[in-house]
Design a protein around this ligand. Structure first.
Ligand code: ADP
Ligand code: MG
Length: 240
């Protein structure tokens, strides 16, 4: 469903991604980990065109992402993304946050969009908060809204960039629970996270990045039980 072939990217003279290739099949959950600054965020942002690339090719199903002619708004509806800092619209109520892109991008009528938004709020356990504003919710609740907002677009895949790393510890599990459920329902997911409990539970594969390169891309159990590179061994020793 998602394929990256020999992707390289530079910020000015600094090469942030070097010859990255991988594939994510339909229904697969791939966890991306690695030290800070290794290019994880940049890599997953290239998948929905949030970061352009200078070399290589990225495809999502039959859409080639890195073409000028690609409709990026449509692509980002199909490939939902959830960030570290929720990025809800602060001046819109929760339900309005969920309605906006459905109406603007998918051209749904407002009643249908509201209904869909309410169904997804229910799914993440936040029905009672529909008319509140983001600032009135806890971080964990806001992140669940961000996930619901992405799901309102009926995405074929979801990207997560450290979705729990800005949360207080007691809120991490309520977000991970939603993600585990999503994974178990068969959603195709690329997840940048250092939550190795999540990785062990639902990941099919783990990608380990270092200095802009994909150093390991392997079956989850093989990665945890027998990391090949010294960098991955060091990394696991530090976080486990
Ligand atoms: P990670 O998510 O693994 O911490 P990032 O993808 O955020 O890594 O960043 C990889 C490298 O690229 C870092 O050295 C970072 O400083 C650099 N970088 C990230 N974004 C930019 C940018 N917009 N301009 C220049 N350098 C950037
Ligand atoms: Mg990052």
């Amino acid at each position: 469903m998602i394929s990256l072939k020999n992707v390289s990217k530079w910020y000015g003279h600094f090469q942030v991604l070097t010859d990255c290739s991988t594939e994510v099949k339909k229904g697969e959950v791939v966890v991306v980990c690695g030290p800070s600054g290794s290019g994880k965020s940049t890599l997953i942002k290239t998948v929905n065109g949030l970061e352009p690339i200078q070399q290589g090719e990225i495809r999502v199903n039959d859409t080639q992402v890195n073409l000028k002619s690609t409709n990026l708004a449509q692509l980002r509806a199909k490939v939902g993304m959830v960030f570290q800092h929720f990025e809800l619209f602060p001046h819109l109520s929760i339900i309005e946050n969920l309605i906006l892109a459905q109406v603007k991008v998918l051209k749904r009528d407002k009643a249908a969009a509201r209904e869909k938004g309410q169904a997804l709020l229910k799914r993440v356990g936040l029905t009672a908060h529909a008319d509140k504003y983001p600032a009135q919710l806890s971080g964990g609740q806001q992140q669940r809204v961000a996930i619901a907002r992405a799901l309102c677009m009926d995405p074929i895949a979801m990207l997560f960039d450290e979705p729990t790393s800005a949360l207080d510890p007691e809120m991490i599990n309520e977000v991970l629970d939603v993600m585990v459920e999503l994974a178990q329902e068969g959603m195709t997911m690329m997840v940048v996270t250092h939550e190795m409990g999540f990785a062990r539970k639902v990941a099919n594969r783990v990608i380990f990045m270092d200095e802009g390169k994909i150093v390991e891309d392997r079956d989850k159990d093989e990665f945890f039980n027998n990391p090949q590179s010294d960098r991955a061994k060091d990394f696991l020793a530090k976080i486990l």
